[in-house]
Design a protein around this ligand. Structure first.
Ligand code: SAM
Length: 305
């Protein structure tokens, strides 16, 4: 596969490189902002599950006017530095990471918390949805500690079977909850974004990291998800409909007639998990396991045990 074929297949991947974004995901946040004006009046934000950092790039450029805002970015993976972005490397489901994030907002809460977290997909849909929901709940837990009243929370969700339960949980804390699908997010993907505006926790709610977040006693209707009490949130597509369709392939010739020129990625990943495999492959040490049925009898007999 040539290095230009991905540019042809994925126009947002190509545009991201050409516009200096570290990942195509930048367009998702930009299109969500077009629809919901997420950045209006925002000076302090948290970017959870932030690597390689395109959402942090967007935030640092868009908030607080001329990038004078304050952004805290968190991820399991190391991320190349970004001006104006404070980085924390850690697991957002861990208490220690949550405490470190919360420390930065003591006495000066955040206006916006975003989470584009995605677990490593196993291919088992129920497991993947469950893992995704756990990330979202960890993010919501952190949000309840750092958000100011009226603040906003945006998080990736998988629109699976049990997504209405997540909406109900979010509705306990926000006056408005919507499900949004930016145009740069492929139709073929079950990914969407919960856009929760107007942080308004139940009266008497005290965020407490030592207790499970969603104490159902705050909402007596919480578990009644059938019939009229089932919460159905509005579904909104966002991003100009005349903009590029993420499920289509586009020719490499640019629309203005200028010649296509390959652009390398803006920021190659630092210490990616596959690095060890690449090093082993280069040295020829990445051997395939030899199954006895693939070997001639004489070789099997001589293989070390
Ligand atoms: N929004 C990012 C951007 O624009 O560059 C892309 C985020 S990427 C789709 C998902 C990220 O979630 C990965 O970098 C992964 O390391 C991170 N992640 C997954 N589980 C996590 C966890 N438990 N704690 C922190 N980060 C996590």
């Amino acid at each position: 596969m040539g290095r230009t074929s991905k540019d042809k297949r994925d126009v947002y991947y190509r545009l991201a490189k050409e516009n200096g974004w570290r990942a195509r995901s930048a367009f998702k946040l930009l299109q969500l902002d077009e629809e919901f004006q997420l950045f209006q009046g925002v000076t302090r934000a948290v970017d959870l599950c932030a690597a390689p950092g395109s959402w942090s790039q967007v935030l640092s450029q868009k908030i607080g006017g001329q990038g004078s805002g304050h952004v805290v970015a968190v991820d399991l993976q190391a991320m190349a530095p970004l001006p104006g972005v404070l980085q924390i490397q850690g697991d957002i489901t861990q208490l220690s990471t949550a405490k470190e994030i919360i420390k930065h907002f003591e006495g000066c809460p955040a206006d916006l918390v975003v989470c584009d977290g995605a677990p490593d997909v196993t291919g088992l849909h129920d497991v993947d949805e469950y893992m995704q929901a756990q990330l979202l709940l960890a993010a919501l837990n952190i949000a309840t500690h750092v958000l100011k009243p009226g603040g906003c929370f945006v998080a990736k969700i998988f629109r699976g079977r049990d997504v209405t339960l997540i909406y109900s949980q979010l509705r306990v804390f926000f006056s408005s909850v919507l499900c949004a699908k930016p145009r740069s997010s492929r139709n073929s993907s079950i990914e969407a974004f919960a856009v929760c505006q107007g942080y308004d926790p139940p009266q008497g709610f005290l965020p407490d990291l030592t207790k499970p977040l969603l104490d159902h006693s705050y909402d007596p209707d919480f578990n009644q998800l059938d019939g009229p009490t089932r919460i159905i949130v509005p579904f909104v597509t966002c991003g100009d409909l005349s903009s590029y369709d993420s499920d289509r392939s586009y020719p490499l010739d640019l629309e203005d007639g200028s010649e296509y020129k390959y652009t390398p990625p803006t920021q190659p990943p630092i210490s990616p998990p596959y690095q060890e495999a690449c090093t082993l492959k280069k040295k020829g040490w990445l051997a395939k396991e030899i199954r006895p049925q693939d070997c001639p009898i004489s070789t099997v007999d001589t293989l070390p045990r």
